[in-house]
Design a protein around this ligand. Structure first.
Ligand SMILES: Cc1cc2nc3c(=O)[nH]c(=O)nc-3n(C[C@H](O)[C@H](O)[C@H](O)COP(=O)(O)OP(=O)(O)OC[C@H]3O[C@@H](n4cnc5c(N)ncnc54)[C@H](O)[C@@H]3O)c2cc1C
Length: 498
């Protein structure tokens, strides 16, 4: 079994990896988890270069989809850029790793029909989308019942179906009113932000299965339980992804297709185009705004630029020291915007035995620990993937490696039969324990944050501009949002560069 880890490597290994231009990123053995503040702690003891080692127009921090998109746009317009990446690979929350005989996505993967920015990049690079297998029976597993159904609507009792349908309609209507541009200015923003989604669901439903559905939904979509996020944040998240049906949907929804060969290819191709501008294993430790620009310090370099784009989630920006200290609400936002708790597992098999039994391979489960699954097979191999999110991740994370794998196999065997117990290969990655992400798939906002501090998500501070999927106006939390945000921030900075 492999626990894939992105922990910072030692300097010698870093050099080796850089010089070999390690295209796909190395899968190191699992190392102990670090705390959220570990980067800041490291920064105070790190030797910081005194004189600028380089001057560029724009320094970009973070070589995920967003940072690479921004850097590429700027370079294409003739500007010089440097992209500083903490990890020894590009791609951030997307990572395509070998599992058995084939490579699989252990991070972001699915592409939906309205995600036109990621789709544009897929076609620009001559890659292909493969629809996810879904034309068979689906499973919902609630604590006291297992529901198998074909089509989009689970076969609940009439009364439960009406209750669930009404709750979804009500939330979709609120989402439309909240919108994506300025959710903090929406009518009732303060009231919606004062309440957790769990409270709201209790108030607006009477059926236990509706409440259980809400928990599966937020664990699968955000890696959080409904009592951890505000109604305003969830409404905003739904609005930027169109509707609840779209967010949770397989065919025709956000989980419609995958990129053949893996989604990290997008970042690898962009990094190739950027060439030497991308610097791996170079965590930004300090960002200082000076008279004529910005100085960004790593352990070994000081890059001077006219502008800086920080393309990482707010929780990761919290690990960087800023001089002068961040003005306005940004600092408070960074300390109050955690990531979801999320792990992903991939299991490969010699054949898609679940299809032979009439199953699509997708499950939504409250029993867990695996909360949601999909068929991840292609012409090159059969596989299932699973997500462990929210409170189920917390319990699973504290098990031994053997017990974690056993718990995962128990789930798949419960759903698809004993063949599931014998995968050819198994891989897991708990993104919650990853130093450079601290959780996944995206930022979650508890009550009281979005209404008070929301504008700080996108507002530049002096010469510092923010990118990353968390700043997107559409598909925030997704690969599409990351690309969109990179394009938008590059446009803003281009306007200033003249
Ligand atoms: C398990 C999982 C499943 C997901 N599923 C999907 C899906 O199916 N579909 C979908 O569209 N999206 C999915 N996502 C979300 C998607 O992957 C992300 O929204 C997207 O990749 C974010 O890109 P980004 O560039 O905004 O941020 P990131 O990818 O997080 O990039 C930020 C980069 O900054 C780097 N960094 C952090 N701190 C520093 C520092 N101090 N100095 C330098 N560099 C630093 C990080 O190493 C990282 O490379 C999933 C994510 C995960 C983890």
């Amino acid at each position: 079994m492999t626990q894939h880890s992105d922990q910072p490597s030692n300097p010698k290994r870093r050099q080796l990896i850089q010089s070999a231009a390690a295209a796909f990123g190395a899968a190191a053995l699992h190392a102990p988890a670090a705390t959220a503040g570990s980067h800041a702690a490291a920064s105070s003891s790190a030797p910081l270069a005194a004189a600028p080692s380089e001057s560029v127009d724009v320094v970009v921090v973070g070589a995920g989809l967003s940072g690479l998109t921004a850097a590429r746009e700027l370079m294409r317009k003739g500007h010089t850029v440097a992209v500083l990446e903490a990890r020894d690979r590009v791609g951030g929350r997307t990572w395509t790793i070998p599992v058995g005989a084939r490579r699989y996505d252990i991070g972001g993967q699915f592409v939906g029909p309205s995600q036109d920015r990621v789709r544009a990049l897929v076609s620009e690079f001559g890659l292909r989308l493969q629809p996810v297998y879904s034309d068979a029976r689906h499973i919902w597993e609630l604590p006291d019942q297992r529901i198998e159904f074909a089509g989009a609507v689970p076969s609940l009792s009439l009364i439960d179906k009406i209750d669930l349908g009404r709750l979804i309609d009500r939330m979709n209507r609120i989402a439309q009113a909240v919108g994506t541009t300025a959710p903090w200015a929406a009518p009732d923003a303060a009231a919606l932000d004062a309440m957790t989604l769990a409270q709201w669901v209790r108030e607006h439903s009477f059926s236990e299965s509706t409440r259980q559905f809400a928990t599966i939904m937020t664990r699968a979509v955000l890696g959080a339980d409904p009592d951890e996020i505000s109604v305003l944040y969830w409404a905003y998240y739904v609005a930027q992804g169109d509707s609840i049906e779209m967010l949770i949907g397989g065919a025709g929804g956000a989980q419609d297709s995958v990129i053949e060969g893996g989604s990290q290819q997008l970042s690898l191709r962009m990094a190739q185009e950027l060439g030497a501008a991308v610097r791996l294993s170079q965590p930004a430790r300090r960002v200082a705004q000076v008279a004529d620009g910005v100085d960004v310090f790593t352990d070994t370099a000081r890059i001077h630029a006219r502008y800086a784009i920080l393309a990482l989630p707010p929780a990761m920006a919290a690990g960087i020291a800023f001089e002068p200290g961040l003005a306005g609400n940004r600092r408070e936002l960074q300390s109050r915007a955690p990531m979801g708790r999320y792990a992903k597992v991939v299991l490969t098999y010699d054949k898609p035995f679940w299809r032979e039994r009439g199953y699509a391979g997708d499950v939504g489960s409250l029993q867990g620990p695996v909360v949601a699954t999909y068929d991840d097979s292609s012409a090159e191999g059969s596989a299932l993937l699973g997500f462990i999110g929210g409170d189920s991740e917390r319990a699973w994370r504290s098990l031994s490696a053997d017990a974690r794998k056993a718990a995962v196999l128990d789930c798949f065997a419960r759903w698809f039969g004993p063949d599931a117990r014998k995968p050819l290969a198994y891989a897991e990655k708990d993104w919650t324990l990853d130093d450079w992400t601290n959780g996944a798939p995206a930022t979650i906002l508890p009550p009281g944050v979005l209404s008070r501090l929301g504008p700080a998500l996108r507002q530049p501070i002096g010469r510092i501009h923010w990118a990353g999927t968390e700043t997107a106006l559409r598909w925030t939390g997704y690969m599409d949002g990351a690309i969109r945000a990179g394009e938008q921030t590059a446009k803003d900075v281009l306007g200033l560069l003249g």
